[in-house]
Design a protein around this ligand. Structure first.
Ligand code: URA
Ligand code: SF4
Length: 219
């Protein structure tokens, strides 16, 4: 591999050269499969781009495709995605009218036997993949961007965020034309299923999504 031993972060090209300039979402989706902007493509089944209409008011950013998303090539089709759709509906938002995407477009995982264990993307990988997100923001021009969890917030805002402190606030983000709201990742709620705290966690996610809807409607 070129650059091995020189510090992987510095040697990654980043996605920019694979992002077609001024492309619409369909053009971006068509191009993403060829991206070699970081090493994550190599162990993934396929790139997973976005779902949802281009005219969406709300653009939601997750972390990365999970196991099922990687197999199906569609984001948010696994357990976290199902919970997210339920929470959107509970907030009065039609999930099919929102634009859903991820901070990185390939599934990062490690193998444990035959099982593929989710692994969080590194900051270097978030940065490498960022040109895709930028291009999506330019093509969709949402009224508001929702970051689902700390990884999405890091990718969108460019700095570390404590979700517990930042959640539910509509904030301006330098370099982004729309305001940003941070909330939890739906997998954090999925993890509580059947335990104390699930109801509160789900309700809090729904409340944040309602705030997002109101802010997006005002603009
Ligand atoms: N979690 C995410 O962040 N994105 C997906 O697409 C699925 C699960
Ligand atoms: Fe390209 Fe992003 Fe996939 Fe890395 S994760 S190869 S930058 S699309």
């Amino acid at each position: 591999m070129p650059g091995m031993g020189y510090g992987m972060e510095a040697e990654r090209p980043g996605a920019q050269q694979w992002v077609p300039p001024a492309a619409d979402v369909a053009g971006l989706r068509e191009a993403v499969g060829a991206c070699r902007g970081c090493e994550l493509w190599a162990d993934a089944t396929q790139a997973v781009f976005s779902t949802g209409p281009v005219g969406a008011r709300l653009l939601l950013v997750g972390e990365q495709p999970g196991d099922q998303e990687d197999r199906q090539g569609v984001p948010f089709v696994g357990p976290a995605g199902r919970l997210l759709r339920e929470a959107l509906e509970a907030a009065g938002i039609n999930p099919d009218q929102t634009y859903l995407t991820n901070a990185v477009k390939h599934f990062r995982h490690t193998l444990r036997g035959k099982r593929r264990i989710h692994e969080k993307p590194s900051v270097g990988q978030l940065e490498a993949c960022h040109p895709w997100l930028d291009a999506e923001l330019a093509a969709v021009r949402p009224r508001l961007v929702v970051c689902l969890g700390a990884t999405a917030a890091r990718a969108v805002l460019g700095h570390d965020v404590k979700v517990g402190e930042a959640r539910g606030l509509v904030q301006a983000a330098p370099g982004i034309s729309a305001p940003v709201l941070v909330t939890v990742h739906p997998s954090a709620v999925v993890r509580l299923y059947g335990r104390d705290g699930w109801d509160e966690a789900f309700a809090a996610l729904v409340a944040d999504l309602k705030t997002a809807l109101e802010a997006a409607t005002e603009r």
